[in-house]
Design a protein around this ligand. Structure first.
Ligand SMILES: Nc1ncnc2c1ncn2[C@@H]1O[C@H](COP(=O)(O)OP(=O)(O)O)[C@@H](O)[C@H]1O
Ligand SMILES: [Mg+2]
Length: 369
């Protein structure tokens, strides 16, 4: 049986405010304006953002955002599925529809075999949810008290709850800190407690929205290992969202790449990466990078795609990713362009494509802003 299915799942937001929400997604994805034209759409990324904004301002009061655009998914039981995409792509909206917090505008979805609209209660009994950006646990209670409170909301009888809570605290590695106030927890511990809360009803399906966002690298690694353990040892089906391509690569059996509300590619990380295997990626770190450096490099004939990420604006440091059929062949021209623009090369490497590069190759822009 499928753990989650969606058929043309769509969410349209109508908001009274002008411009604000809809434009932010696409404008924000434009890596500080360093990379400009040349996406497969043929549209300048920066230009599109600007004209979109103007268009919205001219319109009357109501604006419409197509946050999720006819998504079809079929998740297998026991898999970890990742929705990978930039800010504003529609990841959270998808999760909120799947966990019954938002009603779809059209289309349908089932979770654990139940319809998210018609059988919302049964869906809720079958899922554990961790939403990002929401304070899900009470800081003035201890970890154990938090779980007791939520267990009561699930109507778990006190004796059974005590046992279940002790088990879960061990699973999330919080047993020895369970009786401390949450306000004294580190951010990683708080996130583990939030996950523990999502496990109280022993759900077969977990929906995790950006489970590692805002965590330090060590805590993020712990949470990822923990998600893997929940999947491998406790048999949970997991759908998670992320804009970290390493996370999707490490954790997920399959990844759906989402942009502007649409799934633009869906497969295992390995297959996704092999699709652009015939391309090399030249990584270059440059100091004193001119604002139009990416455009200059893109004008080199053999170059397919370029993105630039400002890493330190005070010294004009940028990390470039240059896609080309043969990285070694194109390298001298790339270095020549950098030198001509008075850039100073700090680091060069010809490497294999990552999931980030799959995204760049599909959309002409970088995943992170
Ligand atoms: N409640 C809302 N009202 C209006 N627009 C919204 C609302 N929630 C999200 N959006 C818009 O829908 C799009 C997708 O948002 P979201 O699902 O949060 O993206 P992601 O989680 O991938 O960053 C964005 O353009 C966002 O601004
Ligand atoms: Mg989100």
């Amino acid at each position: 049986m499928s753990a989650i299915t969606t058929e043309k799942l769509t969410k349209r937001f109508i908001s009274r405010k002008r411009a604000a929400t809809g434009a932010s997604g696409s404008a924000g994805a434009d890596t500080a304006g360093v990379h400009g034209n040349g996406g497969p759409s043929g549209n300048g990324a920066g230009g599109r953002g600007a004209s979109g904004l103007l268009g919205r301002f001219r319109r009357p009061a109501k604006s419409e955002t197509l946050a999720v655009d006819a998504i079809d998914l079929d998740l297998r039981e026991g898999e970890i599925f990742g929705l990978l995409g930039p800010n504003g792509a529609g990841k959270t909206t998808t999760i909120r529809m799947l966990c019954t917090l938002l009603e779809p505008t059209s289309g349908r979805a089932t979770v654990a075999g139940y319809d998210v609209v018609k059988e919302a209660d049964k869906v809720r009994a079958s899922i554990g949810v961790v939403l990002s950006g929401e304070r899900a646990v009470y800081w003035k209670l201890t970890g154990r008290e938090n779980l007791q409170y939520y267990a009561a909301l699930y109507h778990i009888p006190p004796a059974a709850a005590r046992k279940r809570i002790a088990e879960i605290l061990a699973v999330v590695n919080l047993a020895d800190r369970a009786d401390e106030f949450v306000e004294r927890y580190s951010s990683g511990m708080k996130q583990r407690l939030t996950l523990a809360k999502g496990l109280l009803n022993n759900p077969p399906v977990l929906l995790l929205d950006e489970p590692t966002i805002g965590l330090d690298p060590q805590s993020a690694r712990n949470i990822r290992e923990f998600i893997l353990c929940l999947n491998k040892e406790h048999g949970k089906t997991v759908i998670l969202t992320t804009h970290y391509m390493e996370e999707a690569d490490q954790l997920c059996d399959r990844v759906g790449i989402i942009d502007h509300g649409r799934i633009i590619a869906l497969d295992s990380p390995k297959v996704l990466k092999s699709r652009i295997k015939e391309e090399d990626v030249v990584e270059v770190e440059v100091k004193n990078a001119a604002p139009d450096l990416a455009r200059r490099i893109r004008s080199i004939e053999q170059v397919n795609q370029v993105t630039a990420q400002v890493t330190d604006p005070t010294v004009g440091a940028a990390a470039l990713r240059v896609h080309a059929q043969d990285g070694r062949k194109v390298l001298p021209s790339v270095l020549a362009q950098i030198a001509a623009a008075d850039g100073v090369v700090q680091f060069v490497k010809v490497s294999e494509p990552t999931l980030e590069d799959v995204f760049i190759s599909l959309t002409g822009k970088a995943l992170r802003d």
